[in-house]
Ligand binder design. Sequence first.
Ligand SMILES: [Cu+2]
Length: 116
Amino acid sequence: MRVDLARTIAAVALVLVLGGAPGCSGGMPGGKLYPIRGEVVSITAARNEIVMQHEPIAGFMQGMTMPFPVANRDLLEGIEPGDRVEGVLLVEGARYALVSLAGIPKGTPVATESDS
Ligand SMILES: [Cu+2]
């Protein structure tokens, strides 16, 4: 599924205003977008947060299971635990947030090796 660019840009603008959550990894100065893919472990809609087992993110972090704040609660619509998803992660300094998220076919394997 393709990422909706207009929606992504709107979400990025929102994140820049509201800020994200503290990161588990240092990150880089200035906002940077990373494609991300993984499997949903759990969703805390009340906190706009999703726990994901994500694949290695080239140049940012290795594969792991961790929570991600989402820039917009709408991104969690139709997403359920066990779903394979892909999206875009905005990283700004030590803050990060998912600015885009969409389901991908169930059979898509999730790589957790960090030796990409
Ligand atoms: Cu991580």
